[in-house]
Each structure stands twice: as structure tokens, then as C-alpha cells.
Ligand binder design. Structure first.
Ligand SMILES: Nc1ncnc2c1ncn2[C@@H]1O[C@H](COP(=O)(O)OP(=O)(O)OP(=O)(O)O)[C@@H](O)[C@H]1O
Length: 522
């Protein structure tokens, strides 16, 4: 007799396989439900499902209608245009104080933008980081006892997302509504958003530049404040400059200017060889006085109308940095630079004078002009009233080199270079380098400075040297003499070094000093 061997195995499988058991149960349930199913009930169920989209459309239209009425009669609103700086402040506040406190499931993902200083990274084909930002179109929230709604039309979002220069914040129109007939709560909310923005930018300098189409001012970067002590130049001159700006920004001075019918403006000229700190000093001053910095690169301004438009859009209390001012047209004759193929601006001198102190030029700003070629500047441009103080930033002195050495090797936050107590002297750091106490560091700094010839190297050259020895002050002090020798031999054979004033390559700063006396033009 044949034994049902195979059947027995299959049966035992059915018994122990949970998925097959589950199928059986499901089949059983469906069977029972189908046997008691009434075909008319099935028809009405299908009709309901078919009518659902139409019902949904009707409800949406009704809601829009009702919401329109509510908006018209019960909601006051303020519209903030796309790309206005205020738009960014309010959007940031909403994201940080409303959207992020809810469980966010909607983000926009954008390729992380490289900073403008990092142009090389933009050109590389390396994969860049992705930046995720919380996304919202309409958001309701309570603030200060009032109910608000913030809306961003999605069409605006798409337009701003398509612009690679936008960082995804504040690029679309923003409408803030509030339940009630007064806009006062919205004004209070906007004030709050501005205070929030100020608080978050107090440790940074915001640098604005024109967008890539030259149409609007856009925040280009947010740099941590650079302390003035980190920009090395003549101490006396530094104090004078600081005192002058401080006095100018004092509200009392403004009243004095106004009562004497004098235009409330102040202009400074920073001049000197490339790499002596003209831009660094301007950024440090913006940080010191809590001002935003508006950067105008004269060679890239298309014409006088553009320059005028740019100036009209700059707010009253800020620092305007006009870089490479010598690129301005004086009498429409091509200068050496142009013959050599270097960029020159299409702006004219009269166009520039007009924006600096023409009839419609607003007051209260600080204008800083920088140049490597002060002898090229027209007298009209640098007369008192337009330039109130000239500051020469020259090659580094041994004293400044000593300060720079100490700044480079003073203990940073983790205190790794200097031992906390005298007993730690001569101990060895984790990477095997000897730790150095303050006294020894000062001695090394003065030995280092003794090797630096007066008025020969730019601070940026010296910074380049420090970058090679950042973690070892002893090595820096011992290598400096050979570096100086090498650089000096390089300087004497380099015919391309810019010659200003007296026509000798080695006389960089001397050349500047010939034409201009350090300090005041007054
Ligand atoms: N006086 C200085 N003190 C400290 N660092 C300086 C100084 N001058 C230049 N540097 C350093 O050198 C680099 C270039 O400086 P910066 O761009 O400010 O010079 P610049 O005079 O504006 O040059 P350019 O005329 O080419 O625009 C910066 O990294 C800065 O830190």
C-alpha cells in the first residue's frame, strides 16, 4: 500500500507556515463578507467613491470663498516683496520659532552654495553638500496673543529656486496676515523679527554685493567679526581712525552737522600696495561699529546709471566700500591698465562724484575707497569733504611683525600652546612638540621680529610664511631668516612688482609715502 508520504509533509507545512495560515483566514473573512453582500449596497458604495473628488473640489472652492471673505473683512495683511532684506528676517524668524517647533516633514533640498571667496570650489566638479531647509507655504501661528498666517505663493518659490545665486531664504513674496482689522500686531511681529535678526548677526559682519545680474543688493557673505587688533598697521594712525569714526557716528555729531547745514558724510581713503590690509581693515571697522558692509567693485560697475541705482538702494547707516577706485574713467583716455588688457570701469569721475555728494545723495554713510595707485586719483575725488582722512597701509614693520607672531601663536581656545601653570613648563604636548610659556614666546617673537627688515614685506606675505609653520613657533622663529633671504633675492629679480611713486621696486611703501603723508588729508 502506497503511503501518503508527500501529502503528510505538505500538510505539516501548512500547519506550521504562518503566512499560509494568514491567507486562509483572509480568504475565510472575504468569503463570509461576499456571501452576505447586497449588490445594491455595493452600487451605492461605488457611487460615493465616484462623487468624492467632486465633493472635495466643492469643499475646497467653498473654503476659498469663505477664506476670501474672512480675509477681506477679518484679516489685515502686510506683503513683503521677494528679496527684500526684511523678507529674509521674517522668514528666518518663522522657520526658527514656528516651523521648526512642529514636526517638519516638508523640506527644500538645494545644492550648498560655495561662498563667493570660494570661486575655485564652484568651478570644480566635486560633489557639493546638500542643504535642507524647512519648507512652508501657509503656516498659522499664535504670537503675542494674536493669530497670524504667513503665506508664500508657490510660484514665487519656484522662480527663486531656479536662481542659483539665491540661498533659498526670502526669495519669494511673503504675506503676513493677522486676525483683526488693525495691522499693529503685524508691525510688532516684524519689529520682533528684526530684533531677532540683529541679535543673531551681532557677531558677524554682513557683506552685501550686487547679484549676478547687477539688479539688487544681496547678502554675499556673513563673516565673523574680525578684531581690529588683528589688522596690523601704525598704532597711532589706527587710534586716530577709530576716534574719528566713533565721533562721526555719535548722534551729537549728526545734530551738530545738521545745525550748521553741513552734509553729514564721512569719507576715507585706504591706500597701499596689494595685500597690506585695506579690505581687512574695512571689514574689521564694519564689525567694530556694527555696520553692514556694501561692497562696490568699481571695475565691475557697468555705467554711471548703474552706479547711481546702486547708491540709491544702499541704506543710510552702513559702510560703503569702493574698491579699486583708480579704475574710474577720468577723461575717457585709455590708461596703461587698459592697454595691458586689465579691467577698467565704464563709470566716469563725474558719475562717481555725483553719487558721493550730489544733490540727491543720502547722508549718514561711511564711504571707504581703496586703491593701490593713489597717484592716479583725481584731485576732485580726494578733496576734503569727499575724503576726510587718508590712511596708508604699507609694508610691515618689525614691531607689527612681532605682534603678528604673538597673535599667531598665542593660545587658542583649547590653550594647547601655553601651559596653564608654571609647573607645566617644558612638558611635551600630545603631538610631541614642547609647550612654551608666555615669556619664551615673547622672546621668540622679538627674535623673529629682529629678522624682519623695515618696510619690505607686505603683511599678506608674512601671513603666507606663518601658514607654513602654524603649529610650531620655535620652527617659525628659526626659519624666518632663510625665508627673508629667499624672498629678498626674489624681490630683487622680480621686474613685475608694482612700482608706485619713486619707481623702485624695493621702495613700495616709500613710493606711497612720497606722494601721501600718513594720516590726515586735512
Ligand atoms: N595689515 C595687515 N594685518 C594683518 N593681516 C593682513 C594685513 N594686511 C593683509 N593681511 C592679510 O593678507 C590677506 C590679504 O589682505 P587684504 O585683502 O585685506 O589686502 P588688500 O590690501 O585689501 O589687498 P588688495 O589691494 O590686493 O585688495 C588677508 O588674509 C589678511 O588677513
Amino acid at each position: 500500500m502506497a503511503r501518503p508520504f508527500h501529502l503528510g509533509v505538505a500538510a505539516s507545512h501548512r500547519l506550521f507556515d504562518p503566512s499560509l495560515q494568514g491567507l486562509d483566514i483572509l480568504r475565510d473573512v472575504i468569503g463570509r463578507w461576499a456571501s452576505g453582500l447586497d449588490i445594491t449596497r455595493l452600487g451605492s458604495l461605488a457611487a460615493c467613491v465616484g462623487a468624492a473628488p467632486a465633493a472635495w473640489r466643492f469643499l475646497r472652492a467653498a473654503w476659498r470663498e469663505v477664506y476670501g471673505w474672512v480675509r477681506q473683512f477679518f484679516i489685515s495683511s502686510v506683503t513683503i516683496p521677494a528679496r527684500d532684506p526684511l523678507n529674509r528676517h521674517v522668514t528666518n524668524w518663522i522657520v526658527a520659532n514656528v516651523v521648526q517647533h512642529r514636526s517638519i516633514r516638508s523640506f527644500t533640498a538645494r545644492t550648498q552654495q560655495a561662498g563667493a571667496a570660494d570661486r575655485a570650489a564652484l568651478l570644480k566638479k566635486t560633489r557639493r553638500d546638500v542643504q535642507y531647509l524647512p519648507h512652508f507655504e501657509t503656516v498659522w501661528f499664535w504670537h503675542d496673543g494674536c493669530l497670524f498666517v504667513a503665506r508664500r505663493p508657490s510660484e514665487g518659490f519656484n522662480a527663486s529656486a531656479a536662481d542659483p545665486a539665491s540661498d533659498g531664504i526670502g526669495g519669494e513674496e511673503l504675506i503676513i496676515g493677522c486676525l483683526g482689522r488693525s495691522t499693529e500686531p503685524i508691525r510688532r511681529l516684524i519689529q520682533n523679527c528684526q530684533d531677532y535678526a540683529d541679535k543673531h548677526s551681532q557677531y558677524f559682519v554682513i557683506i552685501y554685493s550686487r547679484d549676478r545680474y547687477g539688479m539688487t543688493w544681496q547678502p554675499k557673505s556673513r563673516k565673523p567679526i574680525r578684531r581690529l587688533e588683528t589688522v596690523h598697521f601704525d598704532d597711532r594712525l589706527k587710534h586716530e581712525l577709530l576716534a574719528d569714526i566713533r565721533k562721526y557716528l555719535d548722534p551729537k555729531t549728526k545734530r551738530l552737522y545738521q545745525s550748521r547745514s553741513m552734509p553729514y558724510r564721512r569719507g576715507y581713503l585706504f591706500y597701499g600696495p596689494p595685500g597690506t590690509g585695506k579690505s581687512s581693515l574695512s571689514t574689521a571697522l564694519a564689525g567694530e561699529f556694527g555696520l553692514d558692509l556694501y561692497e562696490v567693485r568699481i571695475p565691475s560697475v557697468a555705467n554711471d546709471q548703474d552706479l547711481e541705482q546702486m547708491f540709491q538702494e544702499i541704506p543710510p547707516r552702513c559702510l560703503v566700500l569702493l574698491e579699486d577706485i583708480d579704475a574710474i574713467w577720468v577723461n575717457r583716455e585709455p590708461l596703461d591698465d587698459e592697454k595691458n588688457g586689465k579691467a577698467r570701469s565704464n563709470c566716469t569721475l563725474s558719475g562717481l562724484l555725483n553719487v558721493l555728494d550730489g544733490v540727491g545723495s543720502p547722508e549718514g554713510r561711511i564711504v571707504i575707497m581703496t586703491t593701490n595707485k593713489p597717484d592716479r586719483l583725481d584731485n576732485a575725488l580726494i578733496r576734503p569733504g569727499r575724503i576726510d582722512m587718508k590712511v596708508m597701509l604699507g609694508n610691515i614693520s618689525p614691531k607689527s611683525a612681532e605682534q603678528m607672531f604673538l597673535r599667531m601663536f598665542m593660545p587658542d581656545a583649547d590653550g594647547s600652546l601655553l601651559p596653564p601653570s608654571a609647573e607645566d613648563k617644558n612638558t611635551i604636548s600630545e603631538d610631541g612638540k614642547p609647550l612654551i610659556d608666555h615669556g619664551r614666546l615673547r622672546k621668540l617673537a622679538s627674535e623673529f621680529a629682529a629678522q624682519i627688515p623695515e618696510n619690505t614685506f607686505t603683511p599678506s606675505q608674512l601671513q603666507g610664511f606663518f601658514q607654513l609653520h602654524l603649529d610650531d613657533p620655535i620652527e617659525a622663529a628659526s626659519h624666518i631668516s632663510s625665508w627673508v633671504e629667499r624672498e629678498l633675492s626674489g624681490i630683487s629679480s622680480d621686474d613685475d612688482i608694482e612700482i608706485v611713486g619713486n619707481g623702485h621696486a624695493n621702495g613700495h611703501a616709500n613710493g606711497y609715502a612720497n606722494g601721501y603723508v600718513n594720516g590726515h588729508a586735512r
